[in-house]
Design a protein around this ligand. Sequence first.
Ligand SMILES: [Zn+2]
Length: 400
Amino acid sequence: MLISKKIRLEVSDQDAATLEFMQGKCRGLYNWWVMRLRDGERWPGWEEAKKTLQQSKQHDPELCFVYGKLLQEVYFRLDGAMKAFFRRVKNGEKPGFPRVRPRHNFFTLIYPAMYIQVEGLSIRLPTGGKGKNKRFPDVVAKLTEEAPTGYRDVAISRDGQGHYYASFVHDEEEETHEHDGVLAIDLGVKTLATGVNEQGRFYHIGGFKGSRWYNRQLDKIRSKRDKCKKKSRRYKHLSQVYKRVSQQKRNKQHDSLHKASHLIAHKTVERTIVIGDLSQRQMVMKDHRERNKYLNRAVFNDWGLYTFIQMLAYKCVLYGKELVILDERDTSKTCSGCGHKQNMPLWKRTYRCPNIECRLVIDRDENSAINILKRYLARLGPHTGDPVRCADVFTATEMC
Ligand SMILES: [Zn+2]
């Protein structure tokens, strides 16, 4: 797995200007290609494209002042973007053709590790040209933290406040095997996902909260529209507004699902992700909705959990994790401490165990997450499902 460490850089004004110049030129080259591709030119692959660099330099002699490896990296990035585009087309997803990079964003500069010198807290980033042809001296910046060892690439970026950063990208395969843990996740109605690992640490990931607000707006627009004469100009206009706003809502929902699944699939150290099987639950929810139809009350959030699982599935493949889908029947009804069962309607947010010897009081979603974890570990059998670690989970929860 690739892991990156981002470290703030202290850069002199002159060096900042050099970095700005180089990123501007790299972006120019990138955008020039994107526009040509958009006009129907075939992408020749990075090897062929790289050969055109000389021509581009004749066209724009200032490219000579940019470090050559940075320019080559532009072709790799284009190649990656085009490949991703074709993959999406093939899978029948929204294609999303590579975009022109806007001027106000810093075009990340990627240096291969071997061309960068790090000595203590000082980092030297080369620029283009030699001798008389070197307009900008090499950038020497100060790292605010010590750089990690064994990195492959270093990406230089700038944030909105104008701070510069160096991200050291390194492979961490061995280490991820050390953290060979399990993260069990309960997908809920109030919080999108509640996770627990074998050390008893909880993760809470909220979903998109604006659904209700959007629904209210959409209702307003629709009722306004319905008062108009059909096919009148105002009617058409309001229909358009309605379409736009509902698209906006969908986009936001989708975005939050992407972020949450990325968080789970990429940012956590556990190698196995366990979630409950939703097919049973969707039915229950539908039933629930039918019964509450006349109450006109949102009892649960429609996150689009099915989409979420699909995202999680492909992201887990992408980041080398295993996704296990488990039968989640009774996981919210059962007490995670003693195994007692009680009915848990959706509005009950806290699990209170009536068993006198147990008396566990715990958040509903956390309780289900522990049950999912327990079920998974039990399925693994006595050899791998370490009972000691299991016990840790329960003491940890009782303390909270
Ligand atoms: Zn109990």
